[in-house]
Ligand binder design. Structure first.
Ligand code: AMP
Length: 565
């Protein structure tokens, strides 16, 4: 069951079909995110839409749910009726997965079509009949040109992360795809930013679009709670381990951890319990009685770690909370402020910690820009950091015990040890034994890869100029300047004469390696070869990936550039 609040409608109230409402409820979504509340009614009404939203805001459901609503069941063997164009293979898979999960009850067939995977398999699946195609531009165009894809029955088209697609050099490919669409169709374009060159594409694809932007009022200085705000960039798979480490480093007194869905709240509180933390779950799927109990325990300090959804945590008003942790980033800057406003109350010190995935960096930028918050990017504590921290805690404990006195039986034991061992050896061994007793040495799983920080984005503009994000935070791990130290060149043995364009190289690298585009710098193309600037630590990965793929239909020599031309 989904509950409604004064400002937020339920999924059912947005007008979505019952099976789709059930699908999102089963996933543990408690209410629509701001971009969903704004975009779904527009798309359900059949209008074109320009949506300014970054990854992490829930934009995928904002366009896939209305799309599915209009696709009343599968028509096996029929040509595709909906097309989503995305910049990368990774996103194609994510969007296709979302369509599959949300649309299960209607049996809608979806196919992700991207470069680097077998063309033949994709062609066969297309021949069998697919309702929704989620495609990267280059591969969709290849299918179109070889006659394995028809777009003449597409009634709905979405360009997702449109600014990224243009940055990656896909404009021509996108325009070629759009030219194949029928006159009568609904279109939506989603983008984190709205630079002027995107305006041109938007004007071509959208007809009298409704613009939807989730833009809270600019927050006045002083409205942002005065709390320490930290961000750890971490891949999804390492989040739980990262949270455990952060909890151990911070040793917080009283913490509220936020997840997006009920399902995630349950999963995370169970996982934390499995790791030895006493975490309690709080979400809208629990009975009122169960929720009241958790709240009471938090209030009277019998519980010090609660994992909650935003809806369930609404109205929590507890002065002694010391930490708010965003296990999942909030879906809007406003929600971020709501969450972190729970700490630092009544003049106390507070800390707000966010675990963000590298792909969510634009949402982080938007949060920082709109709220005026200063987010400090931190490296995830390493196992060495945690050992040191544990040793600090144990040393402090020993010091306290020494000052407390009352050590008589221990003195006698030390005297016996001193008969054969040196005094500092005995003391060090005692510390070691105590440290090991407080936690097993293999308590932490594996070392978590440190993610690159957000890159500086030069084209920052003021609010009201059409951007959904702002300038980035400075951070201790800023990327070195392109082409300077920390960068290397990759040589690709084909150039203009072979039809290679920067977009081909960029797209191939991003799609084949999954690297963020910030790891790729300038691309220089001559008639016979190309040079790509790549972050030094990623050169081998890029070389291996490009050697394993075809560029403009051919294998080409690729190696680390040794200069010498
Ligand atoms: P997106 O911005 O589309 O990449 O979505 C980010 C994440 O938010 C995905 O993992 C979704 O499953 C999740 N999500 C989307 N809508 C909601 C919602 N209304 N409530 C909770 N989680 C959501």
């Amino acid at each position: 069951m989904t509950t409604s609040t004064a400002e937020t409608p339920t999924f059912a109230e947005l007008g979505l079909a019952e099976d789709l409402v059930q699908a999102v409820t089963a996933l543990g979504y408690e209410e629509p995110t701001p971009i969903q509340s704004a975009a779904i009614p527009v798309l359900l009404a059949g209008r074109d839409l320009l949506g300014l939203a970054a990854t992490g805001t829930g934009k995928t459901a904002a366009f896939t749910l209305p799309m599915l609503h209009h696709l009343d069941g599968s028509r096996p063997g029929a040509p595709p009726r909906a097309l989503v164009v995305v910049p990368t293979r990774e996103l194609a898979m994510q969007v296709a997965q979302a369509v599959h999960v949300y649309g299960k009850a209607r049996g809608v067939q979806v196919l992700a079509v991207y470069g680097g995977a077998s063309f033949g398999h994709q062609a066969k699946a297309l021949q069998r009949g697919v309702d929704v195609i989620v495609a990267t531009p280059g591969r969709a165009l290849d299918h179109l040109r070889r006659g394995t894809l028809r777009l003449d029955c597409v009634g709905q088209v979405v360009l997702d992360e449109a600014d990224e697609m243009l940055d990656m050099g896909f404009q021509e490919d996108i325009e070629a795809l759009l030219a194949e669409l029928p006159e009568q169709r609904q279109a939506a374009l989603f983008s984190a930013t709205f630079p002027s060159h995107l305006r041109h594409v938007a004007n071509r694809v959208l007809r009298q679009p409704q613009r939807v932007e989730v833009e809270p009022e600019q927050v006045e200085a002083g409205e942002v709670p005065r709390v320490r705000q930290l961000v750890y960039l971490v891949q999804h798979a390492h989040k739980e381990e990262a949270l455990a480490r952060v909890l151990d480093m911070e040793a917080p007194e009283s913490t509220l951890v936020f997840c997006r869905t009920r399902t995630e709240v349950d999963a995370l509180s169970n996982a934390l319990a499995g790791r030895g933390y006493r975490a309690e779950a709080l979400h809208g799927g629990l009975s009122q009685l169960a929720r009241d109990r958790v709240m009471d325990r938090l209030r009277n300090q019998a519980a010090d770690l609660v994992v909650a959804t935003d809806v369930a945590a609404r109205g929590i008003d507890i002065d002694h909370l010391t930490h708010v942790i965003n296990f999942d980033l909030p879906t809007s800057p406003e929600q971020y402020l709501h969450r972190i406003g729970r700490v630092g109350r009544a003049g106390r010190e507070g800390t707000a910690i966010s675990l963000a995935e590298p792909r969510e960096r634009r949402l982080l930028n938007a949060i920082e820009y709109r709220t005026g918050a200063r987010l400090e990017l931190q490296p995830v504590p390493t196992i060495a950091d945690l050992r040191e921290r544990r040793l600090d805690l144990v040393t402090a404990q020993v010091r306290e015990a020494a000052l407390d006195g009352d050590l008589e039986p221990y003195h006698r034991a030390v005297q016996r040890l001193l008969a054969e061992l040196d005094v500092s050896l005995v003391a060090a061994a005692a510390l070691k034994a105590l440290a090991e007793a407080t936690g097993p040495d293999d308590q932490y799983e594996e070392d978590i890869p440190q993610m690159a920080a957000r890159p500086p984005r030069p084209e920052a503009t003021r609010p009201g100029e059409g951007r959904a994000e702002g300038p980035p935070a400075g951070g201790p791990q800023r990327r070195p300047r392109e082409g300077g130290p920390g960068w290397a060149k990759v040589f690709v043995g084909a150039g203009r004469l072979a039809g290679i364009r920067p977009g081909d190289l960029f797209g191939a690298i991003v799609n084949e390696t999954g690297l963020p585009k910030e790891a790729i710098g300038a691309i220089q193309i001559t008639d016979r070869f190309a040079l790509v600037d790549v972050a030094e630590d990623q050169v081998d990965r890029v070389v291996t990936a490009l050697r394993g793929t075809k560029l403009r239909g051919q294998k080409v020599p690729v190696h680390r550039d040794r200069g010498g031309r």
